[in-house]
Design a protein around this ligand. Sequence first.
Ligand code: E4P
Length: 219
Amino acid sequence: MKFFIDTANIEEIRKANDMGVIAGVTTNPSLIAKEGRDYATVLKEIAEIVDGPISGEVKATTVDAEGMIAEGRAIYALDPKHMVVKIPMTVEGLKAIKVLSSEGIPTNCTLIFSANQALLAARAGATYVSPFLGRLDDISQPGIELIETITAMFSRFPDIKTQIICASVRNPIHVTDCALAGADIATVPYKVIEQMTHHPLTDQGIVKFQEDYRKVFGE
Ligand code: E4P
Protein backbone atom coordinates (compact mmCIF):
# COMPACT_ATOMS: atom_id res chain seq x y z
CA MET A 1 0.00 0.00 0.00
CA LYS A 2 1.28 3.44 -0.95
CA PHE A 3 0.75 6.67 0.99
CA PHE A 4 -0.69 9.93 -0.22
CA ILE A 5 -0.92 12.91 2.13
CA ASP A 6 -4.41 14.32 2.69
CA THR A 7 -3.88 18.06 3.10
CA ALA A 8 -3.56 21.35 1.22
CA ASN A 9 -1.04 22.72 3.71
CA ILE A 10 2.25 23.38 1.90
CA GLU A 11 4.42 23.06 5.01
CA GLU A 12 2.95 19.64 5.87
CA ILE A 13 3.35 18.49 2.28
CA ARG A 14 7.01 19.55 2.23
CA LYS A 15 7.70 17.76 5.54
CA ALA A 16 6.05 14.50 4.42
CA ASN A 17 7.74 14.69 1.02
CA ASP A 18 11.14 15.16 2.67
CA MET A 19 10.49 11.97 4.70
CA GLY A 20 10.27 10.08 1.42
CA VAL A 21 7.04 8.30 2.33
CA ILE A 22 4.43 9.95 0.15
CA ALA A 23 3.65 9.10 -3.46
CA GLY A 24 0.92 11.70 -4.00
CA VAL A 25 -1.46 14.24 -2.46
CA THR A 26 -5.23 14.50 -2.07
CA THR A 27 -7.08 17.72 -1.42
CA ASN A 28 -10.75 18.62 -1.18
CA PRO A 29 -12.65 21.93 -1.11
CA SER A 30 -12.69 21.98 2.71
CA LEU A 31 -8.91 21.42 2.97
CA ILE A 32 -8.12 24.17 0.42
CA ALA A 33 -10.64 26.59 1.99
CA LYS A 34 -8.87 26.05 5.35
CA GLU A 35 -5.67 27.46 3.85
CA GLY A 36 -7.48 30.67 2.83
CA ARG A 37 -5.56 30.93 -0.46
CA ASP A 38 -6.43 30.86 -4.16
CA TYR A 39 -7.65 27.38 -5.21
CA ALA A 40 -5.60 26.98 -8.40
CA THR A 41 -2.45 28.54 -6.90
CA VAL A 42 -2.46 26.00 -4.06
CA LEU A 43 -2.86 23.07 -6.47
CA LYS A 44 -0.06 24.34 -8.72
CA GLU A 45 2.28 24.80 -5.77
CA ILE A 46 1.57 21.26 -4.51
CA ALA A 47 2.29 19.82 -7.97
CA GLU A 48 5.68 21.58 -7.95
CA ILE A 49 6.63 19.88 -4.67
CA VAL A 50 5.39 16.29 -5.04
CA ASP A 51 6.20 14.28 -8.15
CA GLY A 52 3.10 12.09 -8.07
CA PRO A 53 -0.67 12.22 -8.55
CA ILE A 54 -2.26 15.34 -7.00
CA SER A 55 -6.03 15.21 -6.61
CA GLY A 56 -7.76 18.57 -7.08
CA GLU A 57 -11.50 18.52 -6.64
CA VAL A 58 -14.04 20.35 -8.78
CA LYS A 59 -15.69 23.21 -6.89
CA ALA A 60 -18.29 22.00 -4.41
CA THR A 61 -20.84 24.34 -5.98
CA THR A 62 -20.54 22.78 -9.45
CA VAL A 63 -23.09 19.97 -9.66
CA ASP A 64 -23.76 19.46 -13.39
CA ALA A 65 -21.65 17.22 -15.62
CA GLU A 66 -20.85 20.01 -18.12
CA GLY A 67 -19.59 22.29 -15.39
CA MET A 68 -17.52 19.51 -13.79
CA ILE A 69 -16.02 18.59 -17.18
CA ALA A 70 -15.02 22.20 -17.86
CA GLU A 71 -13.51 22.58 -14.39
CA GLY A 72 -11.86 19.19 -14.63
CA ARG A 73 -10.13 20.18 -17.86
CA ALA A 74 -8.92 23.40 -16.22
CA ILE A 75 -7.62 21.55 -13.13
CA TYR A 76 -5.80 19.04 -15.34
CA ALA A 77 -4.28 21.86 -17.41
CA LEU A 78 -2.65 23.32 -14.26
CA ASP A 79 -0.11 20.48 -14.46
CA PRO A 80 -0.96 17.59 -16.82
CA LYS A 81 1.90 15.46 -15.47
CA HIS A 82 0.44 15.40 -11.96
CA MET A 83 -3.14 16.58 -11.72
CA VAL A 84 -5.99 14.14 -11.05
CA VAL A 85 -9.54 15.53 -11.16
CA LYS A 86 -11.57 14.64 -8.10
CA ILE A 87 -15.30 14.28 -8.79
CA PRO A 88 -18.09 13.50 -6.32
CA MET A 89 -20.17 10.32 -6.65
CA THR A 90 -23.39 11.46 -8.32
CA VAL A 91 -25.10 10.68 -11.63
CA GLU A 92 -23.65 13.92 -13.03
CA GLY A 93 -20.27 13.04 -11.55
CA LEU A 94 -20.25 9.68 -13.34
CA LYS A 95 -21.02 11.43 -16.66
CA ALA A 96 -18.11 13.78 -16.06
CA ILE A 97 -15.78 10.87 -15.19
CA LYS A 98 -16.76 9.10 -18.42
CA VAL A 99 -15.94 12.15 -20.57
CA LEU A 100 -12.74 13.14 -18.74
CA SER A 101 -11.38 9.58 -18.73
CA SER A 102 -12.10 9.26 -22.47
CA GLU A 103 -9.87 12.33 -22.91
CA GLY A 104 -7.07 10.65 -20.94
CA ILE A 105 -7.62 12.85 -17.87
CA PRO A 106 -7.17 10.85 -14.64
CA THR A 107 -10.05 11.02 -12.18
CA ASN A 108 -10.66 10.23 -8.51
CA CYS A 109 -14.28 9.53 -7.59
CA THR A 110 -14.80 10.83 -4.07
CA LEU A 111 -17.41 10.52 -1.32
CA ILE A 112 -17.73 6.74 -1.82
CA PHE A 113 -19.71 5.12 1.00
CA SER A 114 -20.87 1.86 -0.61
CA ALA A 115 -19.35 -0.91 -2.71
CA ASN A 116 -21.92 -0.32 -5.45
CA GLN A 117 -20.83 3.31 -5.75
CA ALA A 118 -17.22 2.14 -6.13
CA LEU A 119 -18.20 -0.36 -8.84
CA LEU A 120 -20.13 2.31 -10.76
CA ALA A 121 -17.20 4.72 -10.59
CA ALA A 122 -14.82 2.02 -11.81
CA ARG A 123 -17.08 1.18 -14.74
CA ALA A 124 -17.41 4.87 -15.66
CA GLY A 125 -13.61 4.90 -16.00
CA ALA A 126 -12.37 6.38 -12.73
CA THR A 127 -8.63 6.01 -12.17
CA TYR A 128 -9.19 6.03 -8.39
CA VAL A 129 -12.09 5.60 -6.00
CA SER A 130 -12.01 7.17 -2.54
CA PRO A 131 -14.05 5.28 0.06
CA PHE A 132 -14.31 7.29 3.31
CA LEU A 133 -13.40 5.21 6.33
CA GLY A 134 -13.55 7.64 9.25
CA ARG A 135 -16.87 9.23 8.33
CA LEU A 136 -18.51 5.77 8.42
CA ASP A 137 -16.91 5.05 11.79
CA ASP A 138 -18.31 8.41 12.94
CA ILE A 139 -21.85 7.12 12.38
CA SER A 140 -21.12 3.76 14.03
CA GLN A 141 -20.70 1.80 10.80
CA PRO A 142 -17.36 -0.04 10.56
CA GLY A 143 -15.60 1.80 7.71
CA ILE A 144 -12.99 -0.90 7.25
CA GLU A 145 -15.69 -3.34 6.13
CA LEU A 146 -16.35 -1.06 3.15
CA ILE A 147 -12.66 -1.16 2.19
CA GLU A 148 -12.60 -4.96 2.54
CA THR A 149 -15.73 -5.34 0.39
CA ILE A 150 -14.41 -3.08 -2.38
CA THR A 151 -10.99 -4.80 -2.50
CA ALA A 152 -12.70 -8.22 -2.62
CA MET A 153 -15.13 -7.04 -5.29
CA PHE A 154 -12.49 -5.44 -7.54
CA SER A 155 -10.21 -8.47 -7.24
CA ARG A 156 -12.95 -10.65 -8.79
CA PHE A 157 -12.87 -8.60 -11.99
CA PRO A 158 -9.32 -8.39 -13.35
CA ASP A 159 -10.43 -5.91 -16.04
CA ILE A 160 -10.99 -3.29 -13.30
CA LYS A 161 -7.81 -1.21 -13.09
CA THR A 162 -9.28 1.44 -10.76
CA GLN A 163 -7.14 1.94 -7.65
CA ILE A 164 -8.62 2.14 -4.17
CA ILE A 165 -7.59 5.15 -2.08
CA CYS A 166 -8.67 4.80 1.56
CA ALA A 167 -9.80 8.27 2.56
CA SER A 168 -10.98 9.85 5.79
CA VAL A 169 -8.17 8.08 7.63
CA ARG A 170 -8.06 9.30 11.22
CA ASN A 171 -5.52 7.20 13.14
CA PRO A 172 -2.63 4.70 12.75
CA ILE A 173 -4.91 1.67 13.29
CA HIS A 174 -6.90 2.73 10.23
CA VAL A 175 -3.66 2.65 8.23
CA THR A 176 -2.75 -0.91 9.30
CA ASP A 177 -6.30 -2.09 8.66
CA CYS A 178 -6.33 -0.55 5.16
CA ALA A 179 -3.02 -2.22 4.29
CA LEU A 180 -4.29 -5.60 5.53
CA ALA A 181 -7.52 -5.13 3.55
CA GLY A 182 -5.41 -4.82 0.39
CA ALA A 183 -6.05 -1.16 -0.44
CA ASP A 184 -3.75 0.33 -3.11
CA ILE A 185 -3.29 3.65 -1.31
CA ALA A 186 -4.15 5.31 2.00
CA THR A 187 -4.40 9.09 2.00
CA VAL A 188 -3.32 10.18 5.44
CA PRO A 189 -3.27 13.54 7.28
CA TYR A 190 0.21 14.73 8.35
CA LYS A 191 -0.65 14.25 12.02
CA VAL A 192 -1.30 10.53 11.46
CA ILE A 193 1.95 10.09 9.48
CA GLU A 194 3.79 11.67 12.42
CA GLN A 195 1.93 9.46 14.94
CA MET A 196 2.95 6.40 12.93
CA THR A 197 6.65 7.16 13.47
CA HIS A 198 6.32 6.82 17.24
CA HIS A 199 6.43 3.88 19.62
CA PRO A 200 7.02 4.37 23.37
CA LEU A 201 9.89 1.86 23.30
CA THR A 202 11.53 3.64 20.35
CA ASP A 203 11.30 6.98 22.19
CA GLN A 204 12.61 5.47 25.46
CA GLY A 205 15.38 3.66 23.56
CA ILE A 206 16.62 6.90 21.99
CA VAL A 207 16.79 8.61 25.41
CA LYS A 208 18.70 5.64 26.92
CA PHE A 209 21.21 5.52 24.03
CA GLN A 210 21.79 9.28 24.43
CA GLU A 211 22.33 8.96 28.21
CA ASP A 212 24.76 6.02 27.86
CA TYR A 213 26.68 7.74 25.06
CA ARG A 214 27.02 11.01 27.01
CA LYS A 215 28.30 9.18 30.15
CA VAL A 216 31.35 7.88 28.26
CA PHE A 217 31.84 10.16 25.24
CA GLY A 218 30.35 13.47 26.45
CA GLU A 219 28.32 15.58 24.05
C1 E4P B 1 -9.79 12.66 0.83
O1 E4P B 1 -9.88 12.29 -0.31
C2 E4P B 1 -10.97 13.08 1.62
O2 E4P B 1 -11.45 14.27 1.12
C3 E4P B 1 -10.61 13.17 3.07
O3 E4P B 1 -9.84 12.04 3.41
C4 E4P B 1 -11.79 13.31 3.99
O4 E4P B 1 -11.35 13.19 5.32
P1 E4P B 1 -12.27 13.62 6.56
O5 E4P B 1 -13.44 12.70 6.63
O6 E4P B 1 -11.36 13.47 7.75
O7 E4P B 1 -12.67 15.04 6.31
